[in-house]
Design a protein around this ligand. Sequence first.
Ligand code: S3P
Length: 448
Amino acid sequence: MSGHDTPIPMTASQSGPLSGVAEIPGDKSISHRSLILGALSVGETKITGLLEGEDVLDTARAMRAFGAEVTQHGTGRWSVHGVGVGGFSEPADVIDCGNSGTGVRLIMGAMATTAMTATFTGDASLRKRPMGRVTDPLALFGAQAYGRKGGRLPMTVVGAADPRPVRYTTPVPSAQVKSAILLAALNAPGETVVIEREPTRDHSERMLRGFGARLSVERTAEGNQITLLGRPELVAQTVAVPRDPSSAAFPVCAALIVPGSDITVPGVSQNPTRNGLYTTLVEMGADIAFENPREEGGEPVADLRVRFTGALKGISVPPERAASMIDEYPVLSVVAACAEGTTVMRGVKELRVKESDRIDAMARGLEACGVRVEEDEDTLIVHGLGAGGVLGGATCAVHLDHRIAMSFLVLGLAARKPITVDDGAPIATSFPIFEGLMQRLGASLRRA
Ligand code: S3P
């Protein structure tokens, strides 16, 4: 739903060693896609491990508004009775995607090639985010979009009555844009081709295939070329949603900066389009063991054993790794503040159009905590103060961004003085059990 009324300030204080097992909830990207693909399939899709965060619940409501029957059977256990490709019915009211860029952009794609009109809105954060990156390629299918200045929500999309297939090279590395095009392509005749110069998370490709679409991926000189044949009959599936590596990042990074910590985080995705943070942390000298590698819910996963060493060092993160860890830069910059030396993060301008301008939000908050930071449009540089070196003692602004809130709360566990975030409520969009999970590991976390 569109935002919350009452901010929930939260404070994190220096904590003793974190220990125990962190059971991370379901992956947000895969949860959205399970509901949407379930709604576009014929038959009943059964989902286990669905993330019951606000973002995903908004997508569940949206799928009902387009005519699918979406039912919760127990914690994380859901079913979706789909209407088939091209079977959406016109929603009777505005679709409110709350805080979720993934939700709104994927759903716009899913309805853009069906003859109907839908109006989308979201909370104050989502209403600031650019939708042109999705509506430009959707226009090539024949869809029209009417939004606020700069392609902002609220926005009305008129789906194409007679859609054409499309060939499109994405101008920004974005799985949301790629996925919106692939979902639109489902109801266009013939072959749609999406080319991405830098690979982004590939859950849509894996899942579309799993639901029966004919989709191929070819590596070319231009980048990954994804071809989807339109008008398939998608067939309902059983989906076991794996745990979210982006949520796992918070307890993992907390254990790396809180002295004496030793935690286990089972079932963390090792999908190469998602695991850039873990590669980076190991390069910084983190003690992370990747145990019991296996497959869960169609994703390669491992159990992570994470131990504090106090010997992290700053590194330069290769810009070509950005897409595989785009949501993890805020918490990486927290680890960087607690490392020796400088961490340079280049090629990260996409961070400026997330739930908040994450370069700005992290830079201002880290500075308030006594950390020296440099930034330009596409770069964030953090000058580390070493283990135990961050002063803290500040209140950091969250700007309706769950990952900014969780990042500063993690920093507060290792800083010398407590750190408060002005609003912890957005954490519920992606990691509703964060507070209790962290407390059980030994984190000193409370509502201020
Ligand atoms: C997502 C894609 C990424 C990511 C977001 C989830 C997805 O966004 O930041 O949290 O599920 O496709 P972009 O496509 O804008 O990079």
